[in-house]
Design a protein around this ligand. Sequence first.
Ligand SMILES: C[S@@+](CC[C@H](N)C(=O)[O-])C[C@H]1O[C@@H](n2cnc3c(N)ncnc32)[C@H](O)[C@@H]1O
Ligand SMILES: [Zn+2]
Length: 330
Amino acid sequence: MRERLVEYLACPDCGGELRLACSRRDGWEIREGRLDCQNREHSFPVVRGIPRLISSAVADLSSEVAAGFGWEWNEFSEIRGEYRQQFLDWVKPLEPGDFAGKRVLEGGCGKGRHSALVAQFGAKEVFSLDLGSAVEAAYRNTGHLENVHVIQADLCRPPLKTCADLAFSVGVLHHLPDPAVGFHALVDRLVPGGRIAVWVYGREGNEWIVDWVDPVRTRVTARMPRRVLYELARPIGYLLAATAKGLYKPLADTVPSLHRQLFYRDYLTYIARLPAREIHSIVFDQLVTPVAYYLSRDEVAAWFSEARLGEFAIEQHNGNSWRAQARVLR
Ligand SMILES: C[S@@+](CC[C@H](N)C(=O)[O-])C[C@H]1O[C@@H](n2cnc3c(N)ncnc32)[C@H](O)[C@@H]1O
Ligand SMILES: [Zn+2]
């Protein structure tokens, strides 16, 4: 971590100021140390360059969710060129220029693929929060970027002052025990005029997953040894990749009338652009977690209206998910 991060941090347990005691440093990078709260009961370690600001109040279920994803992102830790467009499609209509010069908070950064992009888009600071061991992969992928700060923390209690110009969360809120709590926690860290952008699974378009895949996920795959699930997800992923690349994409390009009849067509055509190993990781990602909510448009819209935000916009993406944005009124 960088020393200047301390000015943005707040204790996740009481909101108090934190003070840094460094015990090992490499140049400007603090590798080991401690962050002590002004309320002396609260103290948090800095381990392998990452501040571990985990509140004592974190839910067991959240830790369980983050453990599965931590395994995933350390296994599928590579950064791909395709992530840029995929990210811009998830946060549309935000564009690279919207991140330039901004203090950006990412809720649930996984392996840091989006924090790395946002840093390249010229963000002033990027606060990349994740609760699980995914932070180790994120740190490996972004540690060289001067403006990225990887922080291990629960996004429902972000250990930050109100300092963000832009907060985003891609594919995370639906994995929280209470997605609305995470949403409001991110909004709370935005300065007046700040923007929030989220992407979540939709209920609309995913009825078959709710009816047929969810029962198997919660009872079987989320409880499996992860290496076994990795092997199980591989043939499913490669079969899906072959179908998307060999059938959906060619039909979309040549016989649109037939393509319109295909099952789950928008999504499966979209992923045809990704390598098969990436589709393997998507299948693993779907099956590893004990918590996944499929949210209706109305549920997502209700978070925004409760938060009294302006410039609200929500749009369906790939026929199976919602991307939504708004701005904190001045
Ligand atoms: C499906 S992954 C998405 C990661 C990243 N946004 C991406 O698209 O690459 C969900 C991530 O949210 C993290 N997560 C889950 N619950 C969390 C919580 N309460 N606080 C912070 N991160 C959390 C998980 O550890 C995981 O890395
Ligand atoms: Zn404290």
